[in-house]
Write a protein that binds this ligand. Structure first.
Ligand SMILES: Nc1ncnc2c1ncn2[C@@H]1O[C@H](COP(=O)(O)OP(=O)(O)OP(=O)(O)O)[C@@H](O)[C@H]1O
Ligand SMILES: N[C@@H](Cc1ccc(O)cc1)C(=O)O
Length: 349
């Protein structure tokens, strides 16, 4: 694959790259750059992460050394899973299963737990150095990277370490490209600015969009309306059955426009994310079946009101169920971590 092909693979399905010039320069000078994405192990996985998994595959295909980072202590700070570090680590194992089930070749990635890198002597030194060049108000603004409000006065003080730790993770692992959903932008901008001030390597940041929750997203605050495990009614879990998907899709917000439309967003980034097609089954009297081979074709037809929202939803529910069939098969063969996590989570309530 030449540099141009690598670049277009890395840029597909993204919302922004900071900066494209830096990325081009990196590709021209490094054969196997280092990229990473981090997650808090914090519960059952939803469809938004399928977009992350798909992008991870792009990084691997573009010949990057990819690290999937399981932020166990970050999740502990963020009070996830009852703040129980053992439960959080169990969840990290289950997440490894999820990425494998979503088609990430796990033998080609580094799967790293935050506690492993935190044992290095340089970790806390790096946190402190980043802290020395970052203002407290900047840290407060970055609280949104942990799903918290900037002005929440009730936060315990460990949470102020979190953005510094997330930036330090990048430096300690010697990362060239930090990848995440756009809600993580403030962490990456903080890391870039700290690196500039400290004279360290400035990481490139690549961000994918957020799949909206099924009940729709507030344009003024897209982060809080994203599909998330915190909003079970408006998410699709990767474990959902065909019936669950159908039921949830039926209730989904589906306005006659593309922006903020969760059903079209699922089509764009999941169903057509790596090619693919969509078949809408319709009785002859309503125009018969439709087949789309690209998202653009689908969007055009839908916006021209030649496809009824209910028919679209039914077709998407069926396509999603097919998309997630390998995930169901994977967990039928490897149920251990999922079952152990569910059992452990049941003890929390
Ligand atoms: N709806 C989504 N669409 C696309 N990417 C997402 C979505 N939700 C989260 N991500 C990405 O997944 C990674 C982990 O995010 P995060 O831990 O906030 O997920 P979550 O399951 O929605 O968590 P929570 O429910 O606790 O807010 C981040 O890179 C984030 O940008
Ligand atoms: N802040 C990320 C998790 C994360 C933590 C540390 C990292 O280095 C990277 C990512 C989230 O909420 O999903």
């Amino acid at each position: 694959m030449n540099a141009e092909e690598r670049l277009s693979l890395l840029l597909r399905n993204t919302e922004e790259t900071v900066t494209e010039e830096d990325l081009k320069a990196l590709l021209s000078k490094k054969e196997k750059p280092r990229a990473y994405i981090g997650f808090e192990p914090s519960g059952l996985v939803h469809l938004g992460w399928a977009l992350c998994a798909s992008k991870m595959r792009d990084f691997i295909d573009a010949d990057f050394e990819l690290t999937i980072f399981m932020a166990d202590w970050h999740a502990r700070i963020n009070d996830k899973l009852g703040g129980d570090i053992e439960r959080i680590r169990l969840c990290a194992k289950y997440m490894g299963d999820c990425f494998a089930a979503l088609g990430v070749p796990m033998d080609k990635v580094n799967f790293v737990l935050a506690s492993e890198i935190m044992e290095k002597n340089s970790y806390w030194e790096t946190v402190i150095k980043v802290g020395k060049v970052t203002s407290l108000s900047r840290i407060k603004r970055a609280m949104t990277i942990m799903g918290r409000k900037e002005d929440d006065a009730e936060l315990d003080s460990s949470k102020f370490l979190y953005p510094l730790m997330q930036a330090a993770d990048i430096f300690v692992m010697d990362i060239d490209v930090a990848y995440a959903g756009i809600d993580q932008r403030r962490a990456h901008m903080l890391a870039r600015e700290a690196a500039e001030k400290l004279g360290w390597k400035v990481p490139v940041a690549i961000h994918t969009p957020l799949i909206p929750g099924l009940s729709g997203m507030n344009r003024m605050d897209p982060i809080s309306g994203k599909m998330s495990k915190s909003h079970p009614d408006s998410n699709i879990l990767i474990h959902d059955s065909a019936e669950d998907i159908q039921r949830k899709m039926k209730k989904a917000f589906c306005p006659p426009e593309a922006e903020g439309n969760p059903v079209l967003s699922v089509c764009k980034y999941i169903i057509f994310g790596r090619g693919g097609k969509l078949v809408i089954e319709r009785p002859e009297k309503f125009g018969g079946n439709l087949e789309f081979n690209s998202y653009e074709e689908l969007e055009k037809t839908y916006l021209a009101q030649e496809l009824h929202p209910l028919d679209l939803k039914n077709g998407v529910a069926k396509a999603l169920s097919d998309y997630l069939a390998p995930v169901r098969e994977y967990f039928e063969k490897h149920p251990e971590n999922l079952e152990a996590l569910k059992e452990s989570m049941a003890k929390m309530q």
